[in-house]
Design a protein around this ligand. Sequence first.
Ligand SMILES: [Zn+2]
Length: 502
Amino acid sequence: MKSTLGVMIRKPLIFKCFFFIIFLMHSCDGPSSTPLEAPPSPQISTFRIITSASEGGLITPSQNIQRGQSVSIKATPDEQYQLKEWKGDCGSFSKNDLEVRLTPSRDCEITAIFEKMEASNMSPQIGESETINNKIRIALLVIDFLDTSSHVVFPTVSEIERSLEEGVVLDFFETNSYGNFEYEIISFGPFIHEKNYNDLEEIGDVFKTKSIQINGFKEDDFDVYALIPRTDKKYDGAAASSLFDLHVNHQLIGRNKWKLVNPLFLGDFTNSFVTKDYFIESYPFTSFERIFTHELIHCLDIATHAKSRTNGESYHYQPEIANNGENLSLDYGNQFDIMGGNNYGYNLNVAFRDQLAWVSSTQKTVISKVGRHSVTVYSINDAEKVTTVAIKTPKGDQFYIEYRNFDFWDQRSHLNDSPSIMSNNRQGIMVNWLDAWDTPHLLDMSPSPNYTYQGDHFDVGSPDIRDVVLKPGMTYDSPSVMLSNVTANTDGSYTFTIDVKP
Ligand SMILES: [Zn+2]
């Protein structure tokens, strides 16, 4: 999906997430890059310039251009961001030029890569701009549909509000933010959508009601809009986007604000409000709560998912094995993460926590100097200790290291293989690698062959990340950094050696 904001486009900010409960996994069609088009035939005299931008800025939209003509492409960094580089096959350009001129002789792609400016890059200070996310106000809008069976009883608007204000979602944000983030919910409705839920073509259509009437409504009172459809019809996923159209009192509500839609289905109703513990698919969350948490994190400007980067039985930096599919950058690949596949755990990785400014400077060790360093890391949920080790290497590789002790948020006791997954991954440190968009990719420190689930429909094997941590006796020796000498301390922490290479 694409939309224009004036003449500029932003990197697509729509994350439609389908949750297939049966297979305990989701797929998602965002954040997708612009699809490649077919190569031009020789007689064609119109060329396509495909533009895209990383997080942190805007670029002139993709466009067609006649042979011999030229066009100017402009990059516009957001506040606190700067242009890091131009990428693509349209030509090579300096990062000092925010506007470049292209005279293409074929289709080409150009991407503006932005980066956060140095001051706020790796060592955010408490009390600076990072506090913007510390407390948000959420407008909760409950929507009913014409085709919902009349005998179905859903939780009331205030019951939904109370469950999000007092329950597991609140606990999750309290723990994962180390007490640095909170939200307030103000609920409205129920409103009646003029359509059947079954007739909606896509989830964003939930927003296309007639204008909602709310007396005294002020757009600026809210940071995030959450639409909760109540329906007993098809299950169609959840989504977060800044581009959904919402009309309140006949006004279009800010297109720069995040909006999420998270349907509350009949199964969720039973799940949430009657037999919560029985429905163990998402324990300790209900599926409604789990998906709400995921989408709300998107709404805090985490515009990607927790990915994995694996290469079968080889390390990720070695030549890619045959039939590795998308596994070098697998969307949702981190199964230990609420922003990933979350089949093995729910904790939000420390890279995202740091991007959200939830990690204070005393909880973080930043390593960037070439040479040998000895570092200690504590459990990811220990707010009093160092939970976050960030490594920035001269070669440009960045890593985030954390330790999971598999307490409450990482317990998935219903999974048959969960005990071994928990005990294996409790024995060392978990390593994430950051791509050019600062998206964390979970690495496998003991690479294992891809494997195929029973009844799997994939053409290629899925990564085996059931045992990923770097344990005592193991060494990770990549071109940019070496990690070794992992030692389990008696207080539950891990000490290890980092060699940053020149
Ligand atoms: Zn998502």
